[in-house]
Design a protein around this ligand. Structure first.
Ligand code: AR6
Length: 180
């Protein structure tokens, strides 16, 4: 599924983010930036040790912030590492922190002159953020960013499996129909 927002494309695909040929893929990391499971593990495995070497020099990352490294052996030139919130029931600022991940990742991309960015579904694995809620926050935040800035030409959500894809598809349909 694809929509146009101002001059930019926002698209949803089902697949593996490590295979994406874009300027940067975003990693759902933890505050240490020293690796983990899920999409983080997959990115470090596919990208090789150069990513971890750069991560070690970054001194970690706050929840909601984002930092950039090389893409190592990945088809993407860069990895933008962001740290999503752990879900604690929704009253601990989870929504704002998750929105901040998407905003800060796009700001870091822009600061580095990048124009195409692929995101996974941040926080919806080990960090247990409910998928439907996370999809709404993710898509609304990216849409607002693309409405306000013209430098990013493509944002692709790479959803791992049909359940994630369908949740994002529903959220994007609601958002573009003005229901969300
Ligand atoms: N491509 C795209 N999406 C993927 C891939 C892939 N190759 N692999 C998994 N996903 P998670 P979190 C999806 O747990 O919830 C790590 O240990 C997955 O199905 O990777 O933000 C970090 O180091 C899910 O929909 O990230 C942190 O400690 C989504 O990516 C912690 O997990 C996010 O799941 C972060 O937890």
């Amino acid at each position: 599924m694809q929509v146009t927002i101002e001059q930019s494309k926002l698209e949803l695909v089902e697949g593996d983010i490590t295979k994406q040929s874009v300027d940067a893929i975003v990693n759902a990391a933890n505050t240490s930036l020293l690796g983990g499971g899920g999409v983080d593990g997959a990115i470090h495995r596919a990208g090789g040790p150069a990513i971890l070497e750069e991560c070690k020099r970054l001194g970690g990352c706050e929840t909601g912030d984002a930092k950039i490294t090389t893409g190592g052996n990945l088809p993407a030139r860069h990895v933008i590492h962001t740290v999503g919130p752990v879900w604690h029931g929704g009253r601990s600022g989870e929504r704002e922190k998750l929105a901040s991940c998407y905003r800060r990742s796009l700001e870091v991309a822009r600061e580095n002159g990048l124009t195409s960015v692929a995101f996974p579904s941040i926080s919806t694995g080990a960090y247990r953020y409910p998928l439907d809620e996370a999809a709404k926050v993710a898509l609304r935040t990216v849409k607002e960013y693309l409405e306000a800035h013209t430098d990013i030409e493509l944002v692709r959500f790479v959803l791992f499996g049909p359940e994630s894809y369908r949740a994002y598809e529903q959220a994007l349909e609601d958002l573009t129909a003005g229901r969300a």
